[in-house]
Ligand binder design. Structure first.
Ligand code: ADP
Ligand code: MG
Length: 264
């Protein structure tokens, strides 16, 4: 296959594909055979009650957990393994960290380094992990701070920023590694209601630029307006999926209806 054909094949491949993904912690099975596909450029919303396995699934995609059975791939490559013929070889730590660079993750609790300024948080990984020069990283870091609307806060420490501002810095920090996929795990759940909008606006902008995003959220307005696909998960399985509008306005399953009646 020529390079060109390969590129074309890859761009058609889903960004994430899960086939019968199982994950247990000890005897407790948390993911019980997840099947789903996230296409490139798509905003994929993952919703469901607390404890249904949403965070665990994101952690599996991001190499933070190993799946016990099934197949999970990102951009056409298996997570955690290399395939050769019909054999699987576990990736070495170094190979895993290389792959993790391609995936940005934003958590409910922003997890910024408290002793570093906002800009230093953003340039930390490009400088330390990728070996970029500090001046080049700073220049790009400032562009990212602008993109999240915080150019004037670059020299502030996290404690001097609101929750919404800290979360926008966390998004800029994830973007600094130029990921091909962004994972958001309830990015607005810890915020005061009046700060939610500014974070969702940044995410909406990213979506418009074509970023592939998996968003775990209870913000159904965002899912409806920005989401391309929505999956409702409960107790480790995908209960229902479809376009956000369809699932939210016309849920087919009783469990989906019960959940939505609590969050809408
Ligand atoms: P969600 O994000 O949908 O709320 P989680 O993926 O965080 O769900 O958790 C799913 C289930 O897995 C929960 O019952 C939780 O207690 C359990 N769980 C999550 N992480 C661990 C862990 N590291 N060890 C043991 N159990 C865990
Ligand atoms: Mg969670």
């Amino acid at each position: 296959m020529s390079d060109l054909t390969k590129a074309t094949a890859d761009s058609a491949a889903p960004m994430v594909k899960a086939e019968g993904v199982h994950k247990s912690y000890g005897l407790i099975e948390v993911l019980k055979g997840i099947n789903l596909e996230v296409r490139k450029g798509e905003v994929f919303c993952l919703v469901g009650p607390s404890g249904s396995g949403k965070s665990t699934f994101l952690r599996c995609i991001n190499h933070l957990e190993k799946i016990n059975a099934g197949r999970l791939s990102v951009d056409g490559e298996l997570v955690g393994y290399r395939e050769k013929g019909d054999r699987l070889y576990e990736l070495r730590d170094r190979e895993v960290s290389l792959k993790r660079r391609d995936i940005g993750m934003v958590f409910q609790h922003f997890n910024l380094f408290p002793h570093m300024t906002a800009l230093d948080n953003v340039i930390e990984a490009p400088v330390q992990v990728r070996g970029e020069s500090k001046s080049a990283a700073k220049e790009r870091g400032m562009q990212l701070m602008e993109r999240v609307g915080l150019a004037d806060k670059a020299r502030n420490y996290p404690s001097q920023l609101s929750g919404g501002q800290q979360q926008r810095v966390a998004i800029a920090r994830a973007l600094a590694m130029q990921p091909k996929l962004m994972l958001f795990d309830e990015p607005t759940s810890a915020l005061d209601p009046e700060l939610v909008g500014e974070v969702l606006d940044v995410m909406r902008g990213l979506a418009e630029e074509g970023m592939t995003m998996i968003v775990v959220t209870h913000e159904m307005g965002f899912a409806r307006e920005v989401g391309d696909a929505l999956v409702f998960m409960d107790d480790g399985v995908v209960v229902e999926s479809g376009s956000p509008r369809d699932v939210l306005t016309n849920p087919q399953e009783e469990r989906t209806r019960a959940f939505l009646s609590k969050v809408l």
